[in-house]
Structures are given as structure tokens and as C-alpha cells.
Write a protein of this length. Structure first.
Length: 600
């Protein structure tokens, strides 16, 4: 749940302590939410680089303790750029448990937020929590903040987004927490984020390994090359009406994929546990008489677009630059339909691709201004990311980026330009995770196997690449870093698979009690609505394990109950790669794409 949403509900009127009482209160006892939640009191704490502009005390409710909410800015300095500032939003509970949590943000940031998968409020557990907008306030698919008014790169804001702001705000937040509670230390510090928050998680682990005792990284945006992988798809998809793949065809495709792949894991249950093993061919849905708007078949151009979606982006030498997507669970409203094929409005599918009056397939901006709806989310990121971060030209037609290369191949010159302007924000170098591991810190990674935004294959490949550097391989790596894959889950949440689970508690038990998580219980709510009740539970297993079913064959009640599933360390089915996985560049096909840019 987003912090901004959370702080709007269930709050009474603020209670403010007068300035005349502050000195006496601070002298009498350590600060607490009900005695020091005022601007004068917070300003007396004297935290370097911190400017608090809003202080609000929230009385306790049935679900939350009393807590002090603070908003302001933190000065960001050095680390590759001129000074700037980033927002801070902190929530400090009266029943502080001695621990601290920082949360990440999605997309291009611009607002604060909590990871969508985590269950329960960290504040309710007694955590002091902080987060940041990373130094700009535009929407999280809007890249305009990356350029100054004169067209020059806004380097301080870019570096803040890439890595500096999260680190600087975390360091300042720790000083604030200790001063606020009058504490000499913080017992444990954690980070949790999904998507871009997952990229922030990896950057914290690889660039600032001392910041956090434990890190949760969800569906990570490991490196910004994801944008050119997205562009690969859009170049193919937006060639013509015959290649454009409308969202209305996805239910038909999903049914064909399930018919082809669902039984491969031994249980026909609507979930494909290892989409890399699948052997689905989009050409199987092509008919000679098919039209672009016929939802019972694909044109050859649409089949080519679908194959492009499943296929890795490669360089001139055939090495994988970025993995392709999984074949599983493309539709559902928050899958490929939302991220890649596009809506005019939430829940409203695009009109047929030949309706040029409202949607021009071949235009530089088919949906209009790409920083806003109704463009697909993937197009918004690709368009603004390349325009503002790479080409530094708001009018740049992204279709012309590396226009002389075949679709699906990126030239060395295009890669060099892209990397030169984005790689500072990447957290994907396997060797740079080793210092974090050497300090015996813990990292819990999760990824939806049907993620339409950032393929899980990318994260799996990275995990295996780190394991290659650790003596003892994956099993030794699991002492400090564990990966959990969620079948049927879309990007950070959603999808038909169990997608609600408690990563923070699993990390706490690992860091504080030495209880490494072998599995994490995941829940799916009917129509992904908590109000409609639970319709499935299932354990997520530590990679490379695949969950095993031992209930009654064909019994839907038993299949949907986690009690009939288990994680077995001898079951390493997730290492197996079939035709679709090879096409996507998964597993042994990963080549050396993490190390081809030198030491960063």
C-alpha cells in the first residue's frame, strides 16, 4: 500500500506540543510521538542536512499505534553530482521496536511508496519508517525532471534517482530516528522495495553494503537496459495494423498457452510453475483468413509480435542483452494488456488497430504524450526514458533509436550511448554483491513468474551469475541470498497466482533469529480483491525448488490449499529450460551480459 494512501485513512485530529513544553519534555525522557511531534521539537533535534516542514501526530486507531508523521527534505551531496535535495517522509510510532525500515518507489519515482506485496503495516509492527521521492516530484512514468529548462541534463536529479537519494535519506533517517527516540543505536535496519524499488535494493546492496542488515528486492528493475528491451517489442508491435496485438486477443492466447504448458509441472491447476519449460509456438494460432480484429486467431504479423515479446534482445554477436518475457498469464487487466498493448483508460481496451482517428499505430506518439495515460505503461517508460535520459531530446522519435539494426538486435554504438547515460543507475553487476554477502547480510528476492514489465528470467539469470562466483554455488549463496518465484504473479502483485505474502517477517526471522526461509506462504484473493475472500494458498519455494503437490489428484479444493503443497530441496525443476526459456535467453543461455560493460 502506498504511504500516501495509508496516511489518508483512519486518522484523528493532530495533537501538537507547544514550544514552551519542548525543552522540559526532552530533558525529562526520550522523545516519543505524543510528546515531541511538533516542528519546534523536531527542529531542536539538530539532524544535519534535514529540514522538516510538516509534523503531524496521529492518535492510535484499532489497527495502528500512535505515530508521528514528518515530511521535509534531505540534502544530497557528492557521490558523482553537485548538491541537491530529496524529500523525506518518515513515520515514527510511539511503540518503537528499535528497528528501522526504508521503502522503495516504482518507475521513475517522484513519489514515495510502500512495496505492494508486503502484508501489514511496518508502523503497526513498531518500525520507524522513512522513504523519499528521490529528488523530483513528477509522476513515475514522466521523465521530464531529467532535463533542465535549457535542455542540459539535470545531473544532480539524475544521480539522486539512480542511487544517491535513497542512500542519503537512509543515513539521515537513521540519525533522525536515534535523535527522536533518544537512542544510542538502532537494533536492525531493513530496506524493502519492488520494481524500481528492487533496483534501489540492488544498488543499496552493491554500492552501499553497510546501509542495511537485510534487504527485500521485489521484481527488480535490475538495470535500465530494460527500456531498450521494451523498445524492441514496441518497434515490432507498432509497425502496422497487422502486427499490432490488441489486448482483446490475450484471453485466447492464454487459453492456448495453458493447454500447451499447464500440465508440464504435474498438476493441471491454471498455474504454470516454470514457464521456461514451455514449448508454445505463436504460429499455432495463425490462420490464413485471420483479420487484425478477430479474437479467435492471429495474423502472421501478430504471431511475429508475440514471438518478439517472448524473445531475448541480443547484440551484434548474438549475446543476450535482456531476456524475453514468459509465455504465461498475458491478460487479466494487469498483465501484458496493461504494460505493453495499452489502454485508453483503466479497464478499457484499445479500439481495433485500424481506427486511425483515435489511435495511429505508425505515429511517433501513438497514444499522444507518452508521459501520461492512455499509453501502455511500458511505452510510457520507454518513450520518456530514452527521450530524457538517453537522447536528451523531448521531441526524439524513439522508433528511430538504433533504426539501422534489425528488430531484436542492438548495435554496439547504440548500446554504448545507452550505457554511458544510464549505467550509473544499474545494480546488476554480480561481483559487486559479494561485499554485502561477506558481511553476512541477508537479501530476500522475489519475482512474479508472469511479470509483464520485467521478466523473471532476468532475475533468475542474475541469481545464477552470482552463484557462479560463490564457492559452493547456489546452495552456498542461499546462506545469504534467496530467490522466491511466484507462479502466475504479475508485476509486484496481481495475476492469477498467489501474490500476497509477508516478506518482511521472513527477512526478520532470517536476520534476527537465523531462520532462513525455505518457503513463504502466498495467498490469492478472488479477483485480487481482499473483500472477496481467499480462493487459493500456496508455498513459494526457495529457488531452484519447485512446489510439489501431494493432495488428491484433480481435486480443486485440495489443489487450492497450501497444506497439500510442499517445498523439497531435492526438487530442482526450476533449473530446467525448454524451448520458450531458450528463446527468452534463460538459464544456461544467459551468456555474459552482466560483465560486458567493464567494472562500474
Amino acid at each position: 500500500m502506498d504511504i500516501k494512501q495509508g496516511r489518508m485513512a483512519g486518522r484523528g485530529p493532530a495533537s501538537i506540543v507547544g514550544l514552551g513544553c519542548v525543552a522540559a519534555l526532552l530533558a525529562a525522557a526520550p522523545a516519543s510521538a505524543n510528546t515531541a511531534c511538533s516542528l519546534p521539537a523536531v527542529q531542536l533535534l539538530g539532524v544535519t542536512g534535514l529540514k522538516i516542514t510538516v509534523a503531524t501526530d496521529h492518535p492510535a486507531t484499532a489497527t495502528l499505534p500512535e505515530y508521528c508523521e514528518l515530511e521535509g527534505t534531505v540534502a544530497t551531496n557528492g557521490l558523482g553530482a553537485a548538491p541537491s535535495s530529496a524529500s523525506i517522509h518518515a513515520e515514527l510510532p510511539a511503540n518503537w521496536n528499535g528497528k528501522f525500515l526504508t521503502t522503495g518507489q516504482g518507475g521513475f519515482a517522484g513519489s514515495d511508496g510502500l512495496p505492494r506485496v508486503s502484508v501489514g503495516s511496518p508502523v503497526a509492527k513498531g518500525y520507524a519508517v522513512s522513504t523519499t521521492d528521490t529528488g523530483h516530484e513528477e509522476g513515475n512514468t514522466d521523465g521530464r525532471w531529467a532535463l533542465n529548462a535549457d535542455g542540459s541534463p539535470a545531473t544532480p536529479q539524475i544521480i539522486d534517482y539512480y542511487y544517491r537519494a535513497v542512500h542519503e535519506v537512509a543515513v539521515t533517517s537513521k540519525a533522525l530516528v536515534k535523535a527522536f527516540y533518544g537512542a544510542g543505536s538502532i537494533s536492525r535496519s531493513y530496506f524493502s522495495g519492488c520494481s524500481n524499488g528492487g533496483r534501489q535494493a540492488y544498488n543499496e546492496a552493491t554500492k552501499f553494503p553497510d546501509d542495511f542488515d537485510g534487504i527485500v528486492a521485489g521484481d527488480p528493475f535490475l538495470d535500465i537496459r530494460a527500456l531498450i528491451a521494451g523498445l524492441k517489442f514496441h518497434k515490432q508491435n507498432l509497425q502496422s495494423a497487422n502486427t499490432f496485438l490488441p489486448a482483446s486477443k490475450l484471453p485466447m492466447i492464454d487459453a492456448a498457452v495453458r493447454a500447451s504448458c499447464d500440465a508440464a509441472d504435474g498438476v493441471v491447476d491454471g498455474l504454470i510453475q516454470n514457464p521456461a519449460k514451455c514449448a508454445f509456438n505463436p504460429n499455432s494460432l495463425v490462420t490464413a483468413s485471420c483479420t487484425p480484429g478477430d479474437n479467435t486467431c492471429l495474423t502472421q504479423g501478430q504471431a511475429d509480435t508475440l514471438k518478439n515479446y517472448f524473445t531475448a534482445l541480443r547484440d551484434d554477436d548474438g549475446h543476450v542483452i535482456y531476456t524475453g518475457a514468459a509465455v504465461s498469464d498475458l491478460g487479466g487487466g494487469d498483465g501484458m494488456d496493461l504494460w505493453s498493448t495499452g489502454f485508453f483508460a483503466p479497464g478499457q481496451a484499445l479500439p481495433p488497430p485500424n481506427t486511425q482517428s483515435t489511435f495511429d499505430v505508425t505515429a511517433p506518439e501513438p497514444w499522444g504524450n507518452a508521459g501520461f495515460s492512455p499509453a501502455s505503461i511500458g511505452w510510457q517508460f520507454v518513450d520518456h526514458g530514452i527521450q530524457y535520459l538517453v537522447e536528451r531530446n523531448p521531441a526524439f522519435n524513439v522508433r528511430s533509436f538504433d533504426a539501422n539494426s534489425p528488430i531484436g538486435v542492438e548495435s554496439d554504438s547504440a548500446l554504448k550511448l545507452f550505457d554511458r547515460r544510464t549505467e550509473a543507475g544499474d545494480g546488476d553487476q554480480p561481483a559487486k554483491l559479494l561485499p554485502f554477502i561477506a558481511q553476512d547480510r541477508k537479501m530476500l528476492i522475489y519475482h512474479g513468474l508472469s511479470d509483464p514489465a520485467l521478466p523473471a528470467f532476468r532475475t533468475i539469470n542474475h541469481y545464477e551469475a552470482v552463484a557462479d562466483l560463490v564457492e559452493g554455488g547456489i546452495h552456498e549463496l542461499q546462506e545469504n541470498v534467496r530467490l522466491f518465484l511466484a507462479p502466475g504473479m504479475h508485476h509486484c502483485s496481481g495475476g492469477p497466482g498467489p501474490n500476497v505474502f509477508d516478506t518482511l517477517t521472513a527477512l526478520e526471522n532470517w536476520v534476527e533469529h537465523g531462520q532462513a526461509p525455505d518457503s513463504i506462504l502466498a495467498t490469492h484473493f478472488k479477483n485480487n480483491s481482499t473483500a472477496q475472500g481467499v480462493d487459493r494458498t500456496m508455498p513459494l519455494c526457495a529457488f531452484p525448488e519447485q512446489a510439489s503437490y501431494h493432495g488428491a489428484p484433480g481435486d480443486p479444493v485440495a489443489i487450492n490449499d497450501a497444506a497439500n503443497w510442499s517445498c523439497n530441496p531435492k526438487n530442482e525443476e526450476m533449473l530446467k529450460v525448454g524451448p520458450n526459456g531458450r528463446l527468452a535467453g534463460a538459464g544456461s543461455q544467459r551468456d555474459t551480459f552482466f560483465d560486458d560493460r567493464g567494472d562500474r
